[in-house]
Design a protein around this ligand. Sequence first.
Ligand code: 5GP
Ligand code: ZN
Length: 115
Amino acid sequence: MSCIFCEIIERKRPAEIVYEDEKVLVFKDINPQAPIHLLIIPKKHITGIQEIKEDDIEIVGYMFFIARKIAEDLGINNYEKGYRLIFNVGKDAGQSIFHLHLHLIAGRKLNWPPG
Ligand code: 5GP
Ligand code: ZN
C-alpha cells in the first residue's frame, strides 16, 4: 500500500523537513493555508484519528508536545500570537491524506469558526 507521507518519511518523495526525531517528522505543507503551515506526522503509519488505539495515546500526545516546541522556536507559543492545531478526521472534515497528521497553522489572524 503506497502512502505519500510514508514516502516522505522514507525520503522517496521530497519535502521541506523542519524537524525529525525517532518518533515524528515535521515538514512544510505543499499548499500552505497561512504563512506558517506545518504537518506533524508519526513515523508509524496510522490512517487517522479514526483508528487510534490505546497504544497510540503516547504518540498522539507527543505530536502535540512537538507542535508546542516548534511554536516556541517560532515565537508564537504565547497569548499574543498563537497558532491553530488541527486534525481533519474524515472526508467531510477535509481529510485527504490517510496518514495521521496534525496541522500547525499560524502567521496570520485565523477566522473562527473555520469553514
Ligand atoms: P488533510 O487535507 O488530509 O487534512 O491534509 C493533507 C495536507 O497535506 C494538505 O494540506 C496538503 O496540502 C498536504 N499535502 C498533500 N500532498 C503533499 C505532499 O506531497 N507534500 C507536502 N509537503 N504536503 C502535501
Ligand atoms: Zn503512511
